[in-house]
Design a protein around this ligand. Structure first.
Ligand code: ARG
Length: 270
């Protein structure tokens, strides 16, 4: 029997969401998005979290920042320490100070403005033993050292190699943070990083390319309920076999920007 632990999430509504530029292979500015549908899908995701007993805090969206809905990228919070983001692409740079200001105004947490490029929880995944950290497309490996020093937790550096899976949270999801259980798509990683993952997580659920491309690894788990896109159909049965409860949501509009469930969800870990 899996045990859910109530979480605190930070989300940002897609009020200004559109595909205004292309900074990952999924983004095609000629592809229309339906802003009203994007907002409905986001509200449904928020409502699911609340129905599961989680708390959702909301960051005000800013115009001219169409990717701000991907709140996971704005910071990483571990043990009450907030490591701000520093974006690789100028298009998203102004999101970082918005997150820093929000955390400073909220109070109660130690906030650090980072020196090195890191895209928040897009590239940092937290389990009880480690902080897993992605590099290769966005976050700098120097940010991994910075995170280790700031969080005082061992950081495991992993190299991403497939441009479709440009953030760690498109290639790997934490299922049970307390028990160090994850799922991931092996082909998204370099051979060395794959070997590291096999060593740390010998029993991990391995996702197919099809489920990874459906953003099935962009999932949010509370230790029992795993919220993931409906389209990642191949993951539901193996998750159930392991005692998890898959909760499917339709986030098709956000997928057009190369994001999904986890990208919209930053966890505030006290
Ligand atoms: N369009 C955004 C970008 O390319 C999507 C971010 C997705 N977020 C994530 N945590 N993977 O930066």
């Amino acid at each position: 029997m899996r045990i859910a632990r109530p979480r605190r999430y930070l989300m940002c509504p897609p009020a200004h969401f559109r595909i205004a530029y292309s900074i990952n292979p999924w983004m095609d500015p000629r592809k229309p998005v339906d802003p009203a549908l994007a907002l409905l899908q986001w509200e449904d995701l928020r409502d699911r979290y609340q129905a599961l007993g989680h708390t959702v805090e909301v960051l005000d969206p800013l115009p001219e920042l169409p990717d701000m809905v991907f709140a996971a990228n704005g910071a990483t919070v571990v043990d009450g320490r907030v490591l701000g983001a520093r974006f690789a692409n100028p298009e998203r740079a102004a999101e970082a100070p918005a997150h820093l200001e929000w955390f400073r105004a909220r109070g109660g947490l130690e906030v650090r403005e980072p020196v090195h490029v890191n895209e928040g929880e897009g590239d940092f995944a937290v389990t009880s033993s480690w902080v897993l950290a992605g590099q290769g497309f966005r976050s700098s490996p120097l940010a991994h050292d910075e995170a280790q020093e700031f969080f005082r937790r061992p950081v495991i550096s992993l190299e991403l190699t497939d441009p479709r899976f440009y953030h760690l949270d498109t290639a790997l999801a934490v299922l049970d943070d307390a028990a160090d259980e994850v799922m991931y798509h092996p082909d998204a990683f370099s051979p060395g990083s794959r070997a590291v993952l096999e060593r740390l997580f010998p029993d991990a659920l391995l996702a197919t390319e099809e489920d990874a491309a459906a953003f099935g690894l962009n999932a949010v788990s509370d230790g029992r309920n795993v919220v993931l896109p409906l389209a990642a159909a191949g993951l539901y049965a193996p998750l159930r076999e392991r005692g998890y409860v898959p909760v499917g949501v339709d986030v098709s509009e956000l997928h057009k920007a190369g994001g999904s469930v986890k990208c919209c969800t930053q966890e505030i870990r006290p």
